[in-house]
Design a binder for this molecule. Structure first.
Ligand SMILES: [Zn+2]
Length: 123
């Protein structure tokens, strides 16, 4: 029981599901859910996350840094990995980098495709 984590949803205990109803007859209460696995480590379900975000989201954004200007994905960092299904002459997939801005393609081996550290992007 001790490794169970509490859902951080501020209204979790107000949702009247059977699994939240605990205690002995005469003193039952609806309780915050406890789980070993939580959505994003903090919430029993999406509704509890959305309750939390509705209440605290703006404070969290202000605390961790509000974006106040447009960010740009430049050509230098617009490379993605993709493949065409069974497009090679031997029926294997044809892997390649695709620049999503210029549409330039550059060939990739399957190993390079699977290597998450291998990129053409500068940062
Ligand atoms: Zn919850």
């Amino acid at each position: 029981m001790s490794n169970l984590k509490f859902c951080q949803g501020p209204e979790c205990h107000t949702y009247t599901t059977q699994d939240r109803l605990k205690g002995i007859k005469g003193s039952k209460t609806y309780q915050t859910r406890r789980r070993s696995n939580l959505l994003w480590e903090e919430f029993c379900d999406r509704r509890c996350f959305e309750d939390w975000f509705s209440k605290y989201g703006t404070m969290a954004v202000d605390h961790f840094g509000r974006l106040n200007e447009v960010k740009h994905l430049t050509e230098e960092n617009a490379w993605t990995k993709t493949y065409d299904w069974r497009a090679s002459s031997d029926d294997s997939h044809r892997h390649y980098f695709l620049n999503t801005i210029t549409k330039e393609q550059r060939p990739l081996t399957e190993d390079q495709y699977n290597d998450t550290n291998y990129t053409l992007n500068e940062r």
